[in-house]
Design a protein around this ligand. Structure first.
Ligand code: CA
Length: 221
């Protein structure tokens, strides 16, 4: 079963909501800050996201924007406080499917969540493709010539960063921060390792090296 991602930094509220969702038959994954939510959404497919807007390490809107920027149409139900009307409007503008105002009854929450999931079914999410390689951000899946290609988390993120910017050179530094989310210390040659793995799996000339600068997928625009 595809889980729901619950993004909520208030541990007690999160526990209560998670219990209600499980009671309603969902599997639940949790993220307690914006960075963890972004990473989870890159690494896994979810049936829907329940997204609190006020979060540590960025806001719920950042999470939503990042998701929609890569054409991921996973349904998003935003959770706002009563005094965050402008955020609610911005959330809907940014591609949220619905919103619910705190405090809410968990029954209503579950009903709204079922509704956004139901509405999203049959929605066709855009995919990224180049030559015979297709990357489906919503399913977090990659195929080559119709055959599934198994990628590690960092290989997948490297490929997505390049395919999202098809035809453009991505500087090595920029690629590192996209792959690692801009935090943590990085061995300086690890991106090269992922590139090597991707070439092995997708074809030697799938990724072009631009010496002294970075990498590119696709023809020059
Ligand atoms: Ca919060």
């Amino acid at each position: 079963m595809t889980p729901i991602l619950l993004v909520e930094d208030d541990r007690m509220l999160g526990d209560a909501v998670a219990a209600a969702l499980r009671q309603d038959g969902w599997e639940v994954a949790r993220a307690e800050d914006a960075g963890a939510a972004k990473t989870a959404l890159i690494d896994h497919a979810f049936a829907a996201v329940l997204l609190d807007l006020g979060l540590p390490r960025g806001s719920g809107l950042d999470v939503l924007n990042a998701l929609r920027q890569r054409y991921d149409t996973t349904p998003v139900l935003i959770v706002t406080a009563r005094d965050q009307l402008s955020d609610r409007v911005r959330g809907l503008d940014a591609g949220a499917d619905d919103y619910i105002v705190k405090p809410f009854q968990t029954d209503e929450l579950c009903a709204r969540l079922r509704a956004v999931v139901r509405r999203s079914q049959g929605r066709v999410a855009p995919v990224l493709s180049y030559r015979d390689v297709v990357l489906d951000p919503a399913a977090r899946a990659v195929t080559r010539g119709g055959q599934a290609v198994k990628l590690g988390v960092h290989e997948y993120r490297t490929l997505m960063a390049l395919m999202e910017r098809q035809g453009r050179v991505v500087a090595r530094d920029a690629l590192e921060s996209l792959v690692y989310g801009g935090d943590g210390t990085i061995e300086s040659n690890t991106i090269a390792v992922y590139i090597h793995q991707l070439r092995r799996k997708l074809g030697d000339d799938f990724i072009t090296t631009v010496h002294g600068f970075g990498y590119r997928v696709g023809e020059v625009e």
